[in-house]
Design a protein around this ligand. Sequence first.
Ligand code: SF4
Length: 1004
Amino acid sequence: MSLVNIKLNNTPAATPAPVTGPEYWRSLDQLADTPEFRTWVEREFPDDAAAVLDGNSRRTMLKIMAASFGLAGLAACSRPEYRLAPQARGREDYIPGAPYNYTSAFALGGHAAGIVVQTNEGRPSKIEGNPDHPASLGAATALAQASLLSVYDPDRSKAVLEGGKESSWEKFEAAVKGLSLGDGSGLRFLSGTVVSPTLDSLRTEALKKWPKAKWVEYESIARDNERAGAMLAFGQAVNLHPQFDKAKVILSLDYDFLGADYPTPLATKLFSKNRHVDTEADLEKISRLYVVESQFSLTGANAEHRLRMQGGEVQKFAADLSAALGASPSGGATSGDKRGRFLAALTKDLKAAGKEALVVAGPRQPAIVHALAHQMNQTLGAATVTYTKASSTDRVDSGVDALKTLTGEMTGGQVTALIILGGNPAYTAPADLQFGAALAKIANSIYLGAEDDETAAAAKWHLPEAHYLEVWGDAQSTDGTVAIQQPMIEPIFGGKSAIEVMAVLLDSKDRKGLDLVKNFWTATWPAATKENTWRKTLNDGVIAGTQVAEVKVSVDSKRIQAAPAPAASGIEVGFVPSATTWDGRFANNAWMQEAPDPITKLVWTNVALISPAMGREKGWKDGDMVALTRGNMKLEAAVMVQPGHADNAVTIALGYGRPRAGSVGTNVGYNAGLIRTSDSFWFGQGFAIAATGGKEILASTQEHGSMEEPQMVASIKPRYRPLVRETTVEEYKKNPKAIEEQSEVPELDSVYPQLKWEGLQWGMAIDLGACTGCNACVVACQAENNVPSVGKDQVLRGREMHWIRMDRYYVGSVDDPRAVEQPIPCMQCENAPCENVCPVQATTHSPEGLNDMAYNRCVGTRYCSNNCPYKVRHFNFLDWHKNFLERRRIEPELMQMVYNPDVTVRMRGIMEKCTYCVQRIQEARIATKTDNRREFTGEGVVTACQQTCPADAISFGNINDPNSKVAKLKKQERNYAMLAELDVRPRTTYLGRLRNPNPELEAS
Ligand code: SF4
């Protein structure tokens, strides 16, 4: 078969082909064809939008406008201070107005990845992945992208507080000098997972100076079970490196490695490598992913086969599988039900894959499940996972048990001084520990934190923590690679980093971050090359030679004596990291609050997710309020029926419902921490759930932008439109037209003469087989193009502004569907229906095939939006920027700092949409001229969404250049134009997703 059977210029097939394939659905409302769903299909905005808003909507809207841009400024916010020296003389290589890029590092949850930060006139304005860093390989996650906005968050702490009153760094230093810490018996340190070698060295120094002191590491979302599992299996601390690109058959045991469980882009990078199909041989490389889980995760959405079960049942499943593979002696017999069939087929498949098999376990699962995964990999002879020695943790107590011990010491009066370096434990600690109350009892408590948050309220001293883009530091990835964290700007609100505070406590000679980091690293470098090596390190973003060597480890089966898993009984409540606010540290970040959850598509809240069966049994619908109780703990939250969720289980994301999170994030969503205890840290049973009778309006974007056929005549059911398309590898091999034939395209002739699109012509191809739906492109586009957030109330009106949206479709039964994600930017149609109806020609075509918008011509009739079949145009109903400045009395300087200066900031009454990052095209064109190159070929232009995509799912370029990647992809037979039957000839086309299901399970 051929993959390059060219469909000339994407013109529709001459002969209509029958519609084939399964039908996909967006939501339960679509399945039921409710009037609400029809409203979203047939109208741009619902008629009754105003009615669904509560009385506070206008106040809330104004608050969110403040959140939209830089979240900038409260009335009390002072003008930012700059201490960078002005340039009295010009520098030879400095071009005023040109952006400059610097390497740095972004760390989260014990992982670190290299980034490249673009600065404009000394202010950071965009984050990308560092291609030279092994944990990012040029990509960045949505959270890394959004961390930029937090630099300009006016709710960040601005002053040293003592007992809640303004103090100063000088007074703090004097107070520290007055502390009598002796041998450190009453001294405790509490931090997140330390990934900074410089901080680690200061920790060593501190524990030497105060030998009886203790250092506890605690993360609300941590890798503790992974570490404990490695200790159990191998008897030593090792880091695990799954090589997803080398695996043919992958089993995830409750591990959302394509989503919130893996905070760097690496897993997606590796996994998606095998999902790109450029040649026939690539068809053989497509891996097969099995997922066993409770919540419907992003990884589950990308799975060929998914088995839903309570989180507590996964251990039994792993033990049964291990026995079936011959890795361990015990295990239950397989049955003929779905679980039994799944287990049998999976066992066969893993055995057949042998060294190309891979079993991974997620952070929620206990150590024994991780150990069983190691054991299975060893039995299978899997060459898909490598190990490196973990950095020594023997000086450190870590995890929830260590925090429990610390809290006990605090309440027992054994702690006289507690130094907390970030992390907000008063919010993130398990509810049963009552950490905040214990903290309030400590005479000398010092909290370094970015916000005046829950922990700051209980600590004696609160020190403002600088943003990581404001200070020097370093970060080590799990493979040992160290990246230097360079500051892009002086601390805007005068904060300090953890290493600077440690230097104060230790009364070190070096007090400045640069000195601490540079002296730590260069101390052992040869003097002659020291400076050059340092400069090269800053340029590359990684310290050469820091990656540690692989170690060979062997599972000691005798150590893996699995205690019988507790039998599942009653309702289980599971806790998961939020894809948007993580553990709550992004709660005050409007970009993340408004980034729709990849599966639920909810914004500005979390919910208690339940299965459709539970919804039916209890009679609950989305937004119904329930109370989850256990003992004296109680949480009231809205429920949402999640297709594919495990029965008798509830999943709730962490990171919401914070009582002190700033003007954007305070009391948004529900605080799962109220019912999270140290013995049910990730999931637990024995919860009671009952309706309270209340109702909450949930803002979900899942039906916005619905492109289904409108109902023109009441008696005629609209035809199904195959918007998202996929087929199996086997089917594709047999019939390469399997994707194309899913749509019926009549022969179309235009009454207008057709343009000849010659020369440089821009186009985009999005590979649905590679895209995982991670949302990174959505946030990257928002950062690049100055796209505002609008707030929950405005989202309810359908007014969200994202230039690229993620549509999520289900297929299959309500109880157990599969899911597919589809990014939707502007399609840049050649026969653009928006242009025909614009009365003032504000939207017109460029000679290079771009559907341009002239903002200063737009009069806001919105005809173009009404005529866009893809619903990708967005109207500025409100003047987010001007209202924001006037009503919140914001300092314009601070607000403007987050903007990309190359992109116009749109005002009220203007239509906007994706431009294919035209500013980047223009920048490359200008560079061609200034370099005295004759012809601008379009080579090297990369859109923001394309640049950040960890799956490399987006290709962009000159479609008339036969050697360009995008042109080659568009020639593939699985390339299709969405809604081709409308003859709008979109320049953005899709490559149908190819799945590789196990025929045994697909047939059953
Ligand atoms: S296209 Fe967007 S959602 Fe899909 S993998 Fe790439 S960045 Fe993530």
